[in-house]
Design a binder for this molecule. Structure first.
Ligand code: SF4
Length: 466
């Protein structure tokens, strides 16, 4: 059985050797994005056109997002930044790949997919493998979940026994994670885990065992959750939209807009005094005066509306927020207020942000690490200062050169990016950037460069980094 696609991504802590492991231990990974792709089907131009065409908005992206960090995501318009943010949140279903959320474990959340897959462990393993060999898309996802749940035990010569042991461990884990769990439940879980470890030791010599074991993770695979389960998780995974004008319902007051999520997630009884007090507290945290409570969105400026959008997300006490061009529509003076507010709230609430923007100065100010995207691919990923001090990808170099600087004179030579971003429906072969790259070689036209770690924590997808 060969399910090789799930190898550790080259630019995640999982795969970057001892340094990566040490980093992973020091900082918890909150979200692991693995091989994530999002393709949108394109309408056929004529009835005679053969085959399907797709906009390849994100193509095989792998990333780790650490708890408490701000990961900036930059790139030109149309490179797939917003799509990536929404696909990570499962607002768009992924075409390929998966996202593991580690804010909750399979034991304390007890998703339906875990029990279902483990119940039919042996049969599912055979069925999924067969479907994968035939090129099944959704089945590949189930295969990932199976590997996450079973690890190397998928290679056991007695899958029925392995499945029974894993199911017993999972059920014991769920009981041990319950609020009223006592010492007996904890002991039962330890016992069940011991039995599974014994089986693992027996299977350890099977070729491919280590690769499968790498896939084990007790986080939640968002794509495998039911709609209801995903809804219950929404309060932990929030988004702030780009447009403060269209993202608020014009017929609702600020109190209703912020309160809607609180009622939906059963945090408060509708219109209760406690809820009103809580909303006022959140509004004050976000710099909104309490007397705004019964006003409508049209009575606010752009900056105030964006604060309402932030308050709406924060009221649910999320752990992870996608800020999708959250300040792009605002005046520069208001931008700085909102960015400072986001930074302050992050510190106070230990929030994790994916900060999407095409404004490099803004991203530099707020981000701990920056990921540069080009045509649906990751071009470069590094710590903020590392990236600005020593950009290695020719695209990043071009982006940084394009930022106006007060010290630059008109006669200074600037290597600006030339040409247009190619169509994501028909991306170029080889390196996605080769049509605009001044350092392009024959090799770049033929094959796509892998993402490699060129210095600790600095990942670049280029055959000839600068
Ligand atoms: S791989 Fe080649 S074409 Fe692509 S960015 Fe690097 S030098 Fe340019």
């Amino acid at each position: 059985m060969v399910l090789s696609e799930n190898k550790a991504p080259a630019y995640t802590a999982e795969a970057s050797g001892a340094a990566g492991e040490a980093q992973e231990q020091a900082r918890n990974i909150l979200l692991r994005v693995h091989g994530l792709s999002k393709f949108f089907p394109v309408k056929k131009r004529s009835v005679f056109e053969k085959g399907s065409r797709f906009v390849r908005a994100n193509d095989h992206i792998s990333l780790d997002i650490y708890e408490g960090e701000t990961l900036g995501l930059v790139g030109e318009s149309g490179c797939g930044k917003s799509t990536l943010g929404r696909t990570i949140l499962n607002l768009y279903p992924a075409s390929e790949g998966y996202v593991i959320y580690r804010g909750r474990s399979i034991y304390d959340f007890a998703p339906r997919y875990a029990e279902r897959l483990l119940n039919n462990f042996a049969a599912e393993a055979v069925r999924v493998q067969k479907a994968r060999e035939e090129g099944g898309g959704k089945e590949a996802l189930l295969a990932c979940a199976l590997r996450q749940l079973g690890g190397g035990l998928l290679l056991s010569d007695n899958p029925a026994e392995a499945g029974a042991a894993l199911l017993a461990e999972y059920r014991a884990g769920v009981k041990a994670s319950a609020k009223d769990a006592g010492a007996a439940e904890q002991a039962a879980f330890r016992e069940a885990s011991r039995a599974v470890e014994e089986l693992r030791k027996k299977t350890a010599s099977v070729p491919g065992f280590a690769e499968y074991e790498d896939c084990r993770d007790d986080g939640l695979m968002l794509e495998c959750l039911t709609g209801e389960e995903m809804r219950s998780l929404r309060k932990e995974l929030q988004i702030i939209f780009q447009d403060p004008y269209s993202s608020l319902d014009a017929r609702m007051t600020i109190s209703q807009i912020i309160g809607e999520g609180l009622v939906t997630h059963h945090m408060f009884a509708k219109n209760s005094g406690e809820m009103q007090e809580y909303i006022i507290r959140v509004m004050e945290e976000c710099g909104l005066a309490p007397y705004f409570l019964h006003r409508y969105p049209h009575q606010f400026s752009g900056g105030q509306r964006q604060r309402v959008g932030i308050a709406r997300s924060l009221a649910l006490r999320p752990r992870f927020i996608v800020c999708d061009e959250a300040v792009s529509a605002l005046d520069v003076s208001i931008q700085s207020q909102i960015i400072n507010l986001l930074a302050e709230l992050k510190k106070k609430e230990n929030l994790t942000y994916l900060f999407i923007s095409h404004n490099l100065s803004v991203v530099r100010y707020i981000s701990d690490r920056i990921c540069v995207m080009y045509l649906g691919h990751v071009a470069e990923l590094a710590g903020t200062e590392q990236l600005f001090a020593h950009p290695m990808h020719p695209y990043t170099c071009g982006l940084l050169e394009a930022v106006p600087s007060p010290g630059r004179r008109p006669e200074d030579t600037v290597n600006l990016l030339e040409g247009d971003i190619p169509s994501p429906v028909n991306p170029p072969a080889g390196c996605a950037f080769h049509t605009r790259c001044r350092y392009c070689t024959e090799e770049c036209r033929k094959s796509a460069p892998p993402v490699a770690e060129t210095e600790p924590g600095h990942f670049v997808a280029c055959f000839h980094p600068r």
